[in-house]
Design a protein around this ligand. Structure first.
Ligand SMILES: [Cu+2]
Length: 339
């Protein structure tokens, strides 16, 4: 009887915790309110089955508890009961799966007016590509990937010349415009996840996966990698910034096109080698190139700067320190990934 009371209290506590728990959904910033509805249906179906099964269990504990002079009867099967159980369970499973399949069908079928945006994942950063005025993205191949062509855009494809490339972790999108996200990975599995869009999708090397969403709320949201992709996975974080259409148009027009990047001579060979090395070794998971805050110090303007360490001491960042940061005793304790 004590077991029955404890289980009853556990069931009541579980249901109460579901309604009072502190982990609530983030704000909804896209058209995918139906994702929340599916989640509610899933909770409802699972919750009803959980409560029903637990109360049946409690009933059996009480009804068939040990009593002197009472013995259990053996029955090989009960066709009527089996029929009911199969029917009820089947309805429950259909109620769980069917709404998800319907919404998934909509999720991967973009409307005609959707704007294509490519999301490129690599250990451990994001990059993005917009089609130029022609509205078409250039074709790509891994054989074209190089220091100036991170996306592997086919240099002889005219459609790719005006593609606008975003090499930072920040993607801007206009509000109320359907966006067709085309996802590519150039190394391992990643997953592009923006909780506020209620959207996530795997990036699979060798194929292009896709989903679409219409941002509906201006704001700045985190874009996470939701697939364990190596030692820097925890820091594979970007941002999605939803802005007004005019603001977006100005921003996009300021981004370099593919042809501008491949014909530019601003990088001498050393800078390109450094960029390639930082990408290949995954340094950019912790060090930003635009000076934004990350786990490690940003590289923009770092040379010659006076930095304050966590113990209050200051240090001038000079060439010997940049070459060998581990020579500084205070830096040793915070260096986790550096070999
Ligand atoms: Cu990843």
């Amino acid at each position: 009887m004590l077991a029955a009371i404890i289980i009853t209290l556990l069931v009541i506590a579980s249901v109460v915790f579901h309604f009072l728990n502190p982990w609530q959904q983030t704000v909804l910033a896209s058209n995918w309110g139906s994702m929340d509805e599916i989640l509610s249906i899933t909770f409802l179906v699972c919750g009803l089955f959980f409560v029903a099964i637990m109360f049946f269990f409690i009933y059996c504990l009480v009804r068939y508890r040990h009593r002197e002079g009472h013995a259990a009867h053996y029955r090989s099967h009960n066709k009527k009961l089996e029929g009911w159980l199969i029917a009820v369970t089947s309805i429950g499973i259909c109620a769980l799966l069917a709404p998800g399949l319907v919404v998934y069908g909509q999720f991967v079928k973009p409307p005609d007016n959707a704007m294509n945006v490519e999301v490129l994942g690599q250990q451990w950063r994001w990059a993005f590509r917009f089609p130029g005025n022609d509205g078409l993205l250039g074709t790509t191949s891994v054989k074209h990937i190089g220091p100036k062509n991170q996306f592997g855009i086919n240099p002889s494809d005219p459609n790719g010349q005006d593609d606008r490339l975003i090499h930072t972790n920040e993607l801007r999108l206009p509000i109320d415009q359907p966006i067709n996200f085309l996802l590519r990975s150039i190394d391992v599995l990643h997953n592009f996840y923006v909780p506020q869009l209620r959207s996530k999708m795997d990036l699979i090397p060798g194929i292009v996966t896709s989903f679409w969403a219409t941002p509906t709320l201006i704001g700045r949201y985190e874009a996470l990698c939701a697939e364990l992709c190596g030692v820097g996975h925890y820091n594979m974080r970007g941002h999605l910034v939803i802005v007004s259409q005019p603001e977006f148009d100005i921003w996009l027009s300021q981004q370099p096109t593919f042809s501008e990047i491949i014909t530019s001579n601003t990088n001498d060979g050393l800078a390109e080698q450094g960029q390639q090395l930082a990408q290949n070794r995954g340094c950019i998971a912790c060090h930003s190139v635009d000076g934004s805050k990350s786990l490690g110090p940003g590289w923009l303007g770092l040379y010659g700067k006076t930095e304050t360490l966590s113990d209050g001491t200051t240090l001038s960042v000079d060439a010997p320190i940049l070459r060998n940061p581990l020579s500084i005793p205070q830096l040793k304790s915070c260096v986790i990934i550096h070999p």
